[in-house]
Write a protein that binds this ligand. Structure first.
Ligand SMILES: *[C@@H]1O[C@H](CO)[C@@H](O)[C@H](O)[C@H]1NC(C)=O
Ligand SMILES: *[C@@H]1O[C@H](CO)[C@@H](O)[C@H](O)[C@H]1NC(C)=O
Length: 597
């Protein structure tokens, strides 16, 4: 895996140049024509030009083979389909340069620390007990995928010599699973089974396993890794978010597969059964669950914070939401039913249109006491940037659970998708458009949270009322701090969807969007001395920065951008499922059958 598809392509071009140079010493070729002899230097020049500037050649080739834009929400009737998408080496190289700018700064200032602060050039740990490799392990597979061998070698050495999970402090079950366990499992696969990673993964998973020892089987949201004991959260005792409970399946199932030990699989999958039994009448998940009771706790319904990856992992079983099921060869009806049910409910209750430009977005539902004392749900037109994962996820789901054939064409032909598949595909394409529209800010970066305009918001009276959406509380009085909603914390969700959409359609518009976002990150979030930092207000140009570079910037945002510009041979989507922290795990043939009934 360290040899990326792009490098292979580079190699083949080198061969061509080499042949042209060799040509003159082949007497037969020379004798055939003097014009040929004269054309050799010109040919070399042309090949060298395209070797260093591949984009025009690729674009020309795309146009020549009829690669027309089909940035339309419907699956396009198309006569040809693409099984191979070539790399854009110039843009891929630019992403690689940024990755090194960030990683080398972290290595210089904070190697081994869980978190990095690029402006003050220091690291910090999640707890006083010391680091658990949050950053290093999260980034291992990015180093492998990008072919950064020397850097990867140093990171592996740190894992082998320094990584230690015997830490007597509380860690998030969810974050530790998706970032550290997921990172180790992915590194294990990509390194062709370097035993150090599996050994560490088993050690970590065994420390986490006691979180499932609750009356219902729903996991405790916190774990003391040294004590090997689950804990309630301090902020919401007795409760777990649905994302925390529903996003462990991929990693634990794969670990069971690798170790032939069913305990991880059974524990994680029991959670899904509890979630299915707890189904609310409208089929949507409230963000909180009561852990001991195994029931939903009356709370908001959202596709964003605290719920997002639950929906993603439902696709897991049969697609990526089927991540879990996709991971197990799409055999399990159970996940598909839950996925279909959830997508149906999302369309029935949450999908909305903006007032001016008819942009598709998803709202949230807030529970309230109605006038007669009964429960009512108030629609709130709020969308987190986190929801932007859903566009690509819906499109991927459409090609899996919503497909009549397997594999579907790239892009899918209308007759290859079911009615629901077509619906999900269209919604996905439109949601990505909306997410791109959310980047229409002074910096070109998307805010953390937007509200969409509704007739009752009273904003029409304002002189410059925004047409479709706005950042709440962003009308600042002088000296006021910008609201939390207006930040861009280097999140990956939009570029994740762009990557998936590009792989499923071959449509260059998605690369163009990704390039725009990448350039905005370069312009506003780059710290000149190394690293990237959170933009405090996306409408402030030049931007002010907060001294934090999240681990997901390297493990997700730059990985997805790199893969967006790389050839489709690097992490092909029919062979891998990416966990919610962008750690690719191979799709495998399960040796363990789920017992849902
Ligand atoms: C973080 O933890 C690591 C590993 O235990 C330790 O080497 C490092 O000194 C800690 N860093 C800080 C800033 O406390
Ligand atoms: C999936 O599993 C079933 C049952 O074990 C098997 O018959 C089928 O060939 C598998 N499909 C793939 C694509 O591996």
């Amino acid at each position: 895996m360290s040899e990326s598809g792009a490098q292979k392509k580079k190699g083949s071009k080198k061969v061509k140049v080499q042949r042209a140079q060799d040509a003159p010493i082949q007497p037969k070729l020379i004798s055939s024509s003097t014009t040929f002899f004269l054309s050799v230097p010109a040919l070399i020049a042309i090949l060298l030009y395209f070797y260093f500037n591949p984009t025009p050649a690729i674009e020309f080739f795309d146009a020549w083979i009829g690669f027309s834009d089909h940035y339309d929400s419907a699956p396009v009737p198309h006569t040809h389909s693409f099984t191979y998408l070539s790399a854009d080496t110039t843009k891929r190289r630019a992403v690689l340069e940024s990755f090194k700018h960030a990683w080398l700064a972290y290595e210089r200032d904070a190697m081994g620390a869980d978190e990095y602060h690029p402006i003050s050039k220091q690291g910090s740990n999640l707890t006083d007990a010391g680091g658990i490799g949050f950053m290093v392990v999260d980034v291992l597979d990015s180093l492998q995928i990008m072919g950064l061998r020397a850097e990867y070698g140093r990171a592996r050495k740190w894992v082998a010599e320094r990584l230690d999970f015997d830490k007597g402090a509380l860690f998030s079950t969810f974050e530790t699973t998706i970032r550290v366990l997921g990172g180790l499992l992915s590194a294990y696969h990509l390194s062709e089974e370097d035993p150090i990673y599996l050994e560490k993964a088993i050690d970590l998973a065994d420390r986490i396993m006691p979180v499932f020892e609750t009356a219902s089987g729903l996991p405790f949201p916190a774990v003391n890794l040294a004590e090997r004991r689950g804990y309630h959260s301090i902020d919401f005792p007795g409760l777990s978010s649905v994302a925390e409970a529903g996003t462990l399946q991929l990693e634990f199932r794969y670990l069971s597969y690798l170790t032939e030990n069913e305990v991880y699989w059974r524990a994680a999958e029991n959670v899904m059964k509890v979630l299915k039994d707890a189904r609310l009448p409208h089929g949507l998940a409230s963000v909180f669950l009561a852990i001991e009771q195994g029931q939903y706790h009356l709370s908001a319904i959202s596709l964003g914070s605290r719920a997002d990856s639950f929906y993603e992992y439902l696709l897991g079983p049969r697609s990526i939401g089927s991540s879990t099921s996709k991971l197990s060869n799409q055999t399990e009806r159970f996940y598909q039913d839950m996925y279909d049910d959830a997508m149906e409910s999302i369309h029935n209750h949450l999908v909305q249109r903006s007032t001016t430009n008819n942009l598709l977005y998803t709202s949230e539902l807030i529970p309230e006491n109605g006038p007669d004392g009964g429960l009512t749900w108030r629609l709130t037109p709020k969308q987190d940037h986190l929801v932007c994962f859903l566009g690509g996820s819906l499109m991927l789901g459409a090609t899996r659970t919503g497909a009549l054939t397997s594999p579907v064409s790239i892009p899918p032909h209308p007759e290859e998708l079911t009615e629901k598949g077509t619906r999900d595909w269209k919604t996905g394409v439109e949601l990505i458009k909306t997410c791109m529209n959310m980047h229409d800010t002074q910096t070109g970066l998307s805010p953390e949270i937007v509200y969409f305009r509704v007739p009752s918001d009273g904003m029409n009276a304002m002189p410059n009322a925004p047409p479709d959406w706005y950042i709440r509380g962003a009308q600042l009085a002088p000296g006021e701090l910008p609201p939390y909603d207006s930040r861009y914390m280097l999140r990956p969700e939009t570029v994740e969807s762009l990557f998936i959409a590009y792989r499923l359609t071959g449509d260059n518009i998605y690369r163009e969007h990704g390039w725009k976002i990448f350039q905005a990150i370069e312009k506003h979030a780059r710290v000149s001395t190394g690293g990237y930092a959170t933009v405090i207000n996306v409408d402030d140009n030049p931007a002010s920065l907060e001294d934090k570079m999240e681990t997901f910037f390297l493990s997700e945002t730059l990985k997805y951008l790199y893969l967006l510009f790389d050839s489709s041979n690097n992490i092909p989507l029919d062979k891998y499922v990416l966990n919610t922290e962008a750690h690719p795990l191979p799709i495998f043939e399960p040796s363990i059958r789920s017992r849902f009934s």
